[in-house]
Design a protein around this ligand. Sequence first.
Ligand SMILES: [Zn+2]
Ligand SMILES: [Zn+2]
Length: 256
Amino acid sequence: MQFASLGSGSRGNATLISHHKTTLMVDCGFSAKETEKRLQAINFDVNDLSAIVVTHEHADHINGIRVLARKYQLPIYATAGTAGCLSADVSGLIEEFSCHDSFEIQDIEVQPFPVPHDAREPSQFVFSDGQHRIGLLTDVGMTTPVIEQALSECDALMLEANHDMAMLDNGDYPEHLKYRVSGRMGHLNNVQSGSILKKIDTSRLQHIVAMHLSEKNNSPAIVSRVFADALACNESWIGLAKQDTGFSWRETVNSK
Ligand SMILES: [Zn+2]
Ligand SMILES: [Zn+2]
């Protein structure tokens, strides 16, 4: 399987998961025009998208969805709670799923799982081709046993490292925003994400990419250090998704 990001962070998110002829776009947080531009930048034909899968209704995840889905007639997979927050203009394109049941979109199996976050019915995912598993976890305030079980034994992980606690504390965010971001329904800080990596089975891991980094309240150097400590690996192995460019295609391969 291949995966890539068009950009990650509070100003927009979109992730691509690809296997054979199927390519899913997880979230569509950039305008349709910007999404087309970013797809072009990684040499991907927008007409080859198979579907959009939505994690939750926050603007940084759905900004471009109405225009893009209608223009290319893309099915939108969303929980009932998320679907209820999307524009009525796309109601004919929506395929509802339950957070508790796996489903297939052409060549890719999608295993959703519920997460604590301040949205209606947020969900994150593990994608599989039956052989490799790619886990995605962003926009989550705290870990849960369900999350840790889902993310164990993944071949690739995209994991939120939103903020550094000290930088958030000492930064210029208003108090209510600091409280929201660091709260149990907010976003994972570096240490929380590192402890998830220590808890889960990472023996199959070929890729780790830190996602949804705050541009104000985090530093890539701290994230790399915390993740490398947790995985007992070299810091240079830690991938970092950028707000403006995401990251380019990565691939899971057979290890034996
Ligand atoms: Zn977000
Ligand atoms: Zn969110």
